[in-house]
Write a protein that binds this ligand. Sequence first.
Ligand code: ARG
Length: 474
Amino acid sequence: MVLKQWSPKLTVKRAVVDFSSPNIAKEMHVGHLRSTIIGDTLARMLEFSNVEVLRRNHVGDWGTQFGMLIEFLFEKFPNVEVVNDQAIGDLEAFYKASKQRFDSDPGFKERAQQAVVSLQGGEEKYRKAWAQICEISRRGYQRVYQRLGIKIEEKGESFYNPYIPGVLEELDKKGLIEESEGARVIFIGGKNIPLIVVKKDGGLNYASTDLAALWYRLNEEKAEWIIYLTDVGQREHFEMFFTAAKRAGWLPAGENMYPKTNHVGFGLVLGEDGKRFRTRSTEVVRLVDLLDEAKSRCKAVLVERGKADEWTEEELDQTAEAVGYGAVKYADLKNNRLTNYTFNFDQMLNDKGNTAVYLLYAHARICSIIRKSGKNIEELRKTGTIVLAHPDERALGLHLLQFAEIVEEACTNLLPNVLCEYLYNLSEFFTRFYSNCQVVGSTEETSRLLLCEATAVVMRKCFYLLGIVPVYKI
Ligand code: ARG
């Protein structure tokens, strides 16, 4: 079969996908989950199109909040050497407590502000405390990435600090930077407020870091396409610094020229009440709890279907994870990313309709048809041919052939939902074919088994691109 040759053609050689990017000491929330899931899929699609992808976790690991955190750490643990995960416990709670202290005690506030200066001045003791706080956060994120099978490399905001002065100097020389109310800013045509690159107090910010990161990605990493994933609320920030980069001549002015940048925005995750997704007990939903629930619900269904007697505990767990995590990912990816979406376990775990559960079951069923035929499919792949005679065979075959084109479209327009729709339609075409064309025992058996196999292969490729682990039996 020709499947191996199928791959979309993109002109770009190297791209950066800046995704996930949670903020240290704050809980990674469902917004970051969307960024993680969509970003991973875009990265996979680009990689499939022979683009070298630098997967970047632009974590918020710098800024004034660290003065407060460090000072609080010193207060609670005068002997910082012994601080570890257990000592701090819940970093989110630690953050809240230190914020409260910051807001209510002027003395503390002053010390915290001084701590920022010491940290930025590179004082050993402060650097160490900062590194400890980052490390604890990092371990938390890693647990989520591991479960979801996400590969990502951290280059946080702090990484770009050394590049900021040079970048600002360059922009200044080009006449882009002006004084405004004590701050240093870049005015962007058509916008009421300028992009602040140095704050009134001399401090650097999100924008100065992003400009330095863009400079680094273009000049040091030689990326031709840089893609950022955040919620749509940050659109303005990205538009502004992209425009600044164009004015600086870093990016061409034309639309479809390289190097280019794209902000891939997405909508909010809503709860069933139509408001921002929250649970009863906490303000933010902990991602690990969400994933736990998805898995345990899937496991319960499998047990209900009597799988506990047939399968080992390990098989049960693996299938429950594949289906549960796959369902969470697919529910997110199948929507047009710009719209808000409602998080609903019952819906995403439904085995009918457009869900990962339905698709994974469909795939497992195809695998079982092939297994039960008793034929050696590897042999057939070498010797057999596919003949598309029946209209439903033809419809399925034609749909299979559109695969590469669809991936190319999904990549070019950065829309994973296009791929989801293709996958869902594929399983519909298959169902029609299978209910109207006898496979096993018919005179067309070889051709039809190969058509089953081709469907399964393409489905698996789609699952792979969507970051979903396939299941082979159900
Ligand atoms: N840490 C930011 C947030 O949580 C997202 C960073 C996105 N990437 C970037 N280069 N600005 O909102």
